[in-house]
Design a binder for this molecule. Sequence first.
Ligand code: DDH
Length: 294
Amino acid sequence: TTVAYAATPVEDSVVSKEHIAAVAAAIHDLLDNEEEGDLGPTLVRLAWHASGTYDKESRTGGSDGATMRFSPESDHGANAGLHVARNALEPIKKLFPDFTYADLWTLAGAVAIEHMGGPNIVWRPGRHDAKDASECTPDGRLPDADKGQVGATIRHVRAIFNRQGFDDREMVALIGAHALGRCHTDRSGYTGPWTRAPTTFSNLYYKELLENTWTLKSWDGPDQFEDPTGDLMMLPSDMALVWDRDFRKYVVEFANDEEAFFKAFASAFQKLEENGVSALNNSAASGKPWYQFW
Ligand code: DDH
């Protein structure tokens, strides 16, 4: 692109809209130019795992601080493989040293979603970077894919997202991000994609969930489900969304109405990325969300 990457000076963590636009353009460029074509989904997962540690009771965790830079959080099992996304963003951090990691990771998630055809996510700056591991959250705040039994897995998914302040419809919307990307055996132990278009943001995840007969895959790895072709997969925690009557209602809604999904996802993802961020600087005096400047 023709965008110049000269960073605008940042004072008191107030970043200008030009500055944000330049960082967003650099992220778009990164996604245009990467070899494998599958960085986008991993960037979305980085933003989610950076944010999804939030606990509304203690008001700890969340994207503020970018504590996943530090051990032990970087070594938590759920974060295996996310160094790929963190490292990919490093050159952009070098170009824009005043932009915090916490802002960069969350902006990258929002830009990646847009890049892959998803809705614009309202994104606002103002996150700080923790100085050391003292702000790291304990292991276990991010969801496990399997609790061994149907009921326990359903309860686990609901509990993890309730802790962050999400209701059933918001959680079903957020998990629709599994339209993107895939499982890697060397990261999570699971294998395969959820959809046949894993670099396009869409409501296909819900359609696949409803339209296929899912059976347990027979292999040496952890329990996961496969469609009749064996090409697509679902985790037990994905199946929870059709096993549970209240979740399933929203799976049906989003499978039938992509616009409703995009809208619900955009607002839930903004909430996810802003949970626990105390110093959000919405200096868009016009009241326009930042994405309108990209
Ligand atoms: Fe997820 N996810 N996720 N997920 N997720 C994995 C990959 C991706 C769970 C487990 C896994 C969300 C919710 C859940 C993305 C986004 C989101 C993998 C595979 C596992 C396992 C990792 C690997 O092997 O590389 C579980 C459990 C839940 C749950 O809710 C119970 C949410 C809410 C999001 C979101 O973005 C809002 C994305 C994107 C990927 C693909 C990553 C990639 O590298 O490709």
